[in-house]
Design a protein around this ligand. Structure first.
Ligand code: ZN
Ligand code: ZN
Length: 350
């Protein structure tokens, strides 16, 4: 099979011919139809994350071994399976759950394999979908598409899943107002999900009026441009001067977190999602006095992915794919993403 592989950081991916794996026991071989090109692939290619202040977190320190085939947002058809597989058939169209864990740690035991202590994620710690085929260790990581478009479904395993999990975390204690910070791809997905799964009024904040217009079209009840220095007061007044029940920050930069904390009501819930980075100083006494919760959200578990697929099937959420590449163009795809030439999402169709 043909695979586009990272042999070492920052070197062009090599398109190589490697042996097609044979599935055994519970394993399933998937013929890849579509694989999302994600920012995480860029980090894997660049060898890690810039933490600011000249610090760099290497992916090899987290257990990544090169060469590796990237691609964790995989849609394909079942090609071949081991003896222990049930419930799926050759030719089934499936979305792969890539955030595979160890199966033994406290997170895995409650079904949150995406938060595993020793993750084995596909396309990160084991070979992924920039390839004709991908081997999945267990059939329970597959979800049938049943009518969802192949290309559109890819992001439901990653960015869409993150947005969905974050909104679920914000939807505790019947919130009356949920504020969504950031109207980029993730934030807009958040707006759609919040309107679909919560009863809250949704307030969206961004610096870009055009993006805010889109947020309104997608269902946001109120939008505010945070360039306006009175944004916090305006939001407070919309929220009956008590503040928002939940704030979901899809940017997660110092100014957005400060704003989020300022507009959070008593017993409020701040969910941090974005990976912009930086640091903030917290006024410690307000945390107990207001009894607020600050938490993070990162990808999601298998069940959430299945629920999200259901929302896509009903047409409640509509991920938009803007660009398609062949496997031979894998380097161009990553270069384009790095150069911010891709608006929305891009996929590779091997
Ligand atoms: Zn991704
Ligand atoms: Zn685990």
């Amino acid at each position: 099979m043909k695979s586009a592989r990272i042999t070492e950081p920052n070197e062009p991916l090599t398109i190589s011919d490697i042996e097609t794996p044979r599935p055994h026991d519970t394993q399933v071989l998937i013929r890849v139809k579509s694989v999302g090109v994600c920012h995480s692939d860029l980090h894997l290619w660049e060898g890690g994350y810039d933490l600011g202040d000249g610090q760099f977190m290497k992916v090899t320190d987290r257990g990544v071994k090169y060469p590796v085939t990237p691609g964790h947002e995989i849609v394909g058809t079942v090609e071949e399976m081991g003896d222990g597989v049930s419930g799926i058939a050759k030719g089934d169209k499936v979305l792969v759950f890539p955030w595979i864990g160890c199966g033994k740690c406290p997170a895995c035991k409650v079904g949150d394999e995406n938060l595993c202590d020793t993750p084995r994620s596909i396309g990160v710690f084991q070979d992924g979908g920039y390839s004709d085929y991908v081997l999945v260790s267990h059939f329970r990581y597959l979800a049938k598409l049943d009518g969802v478009d192949s290309d559109a479904a890819t992001s439901l395993a990653c960015s869409g899943l993150t947005a969905y999990t974050a909104i679920k975390k914000s939807n505790q204690n019947s919130p009356e107002f949920i504020v969504i910070i950031g109207a980029g791809g993730l934030g807009l997905m958040g707006v759609q999900v919040a309107k679909a799964v919560t009863d809250a009024k949704v307030i969206c904040i961004d610096l870009d009026d055009q993006k805010l217009e889109t947020a309104k079209k997608m269902g946001a009840d109120f939008v505010f441009n945070s360039k306006d220095p009175k944004t916090d007061q305006k939001i407070m007044s919309v929220c009956n001067d008590k503040g928002a029940d939940s704030v979901v920050d899809f940017v997660n930069a110092p100014p957005t977190v400060k704003l989020g904390l300022a507009i959070l009501r008593k017993r409020g819930n701040l969910v941090l999602v974005g990976l912009f980075g930086g640091s903030v100083e917290l006024s410690l006494v307000t945390i107990p006095l207001k009894s607020i919760i600050i938490q993070g959200a990162y990808t999601g578990n298998y069940n959430d992915m299945v629920e999200l697929l259901d929302l896509a099937r009903k047409g409640t959420i509509n991920p938009v794919i803007s660009k398609r590449y062949s496997l031979d163009e894998a380097n161009t795809a990553l270069e384009d993403l790095k150069a911010r030439k891709i608006i929305g999402r891009a996929v590779i169709n091997p």
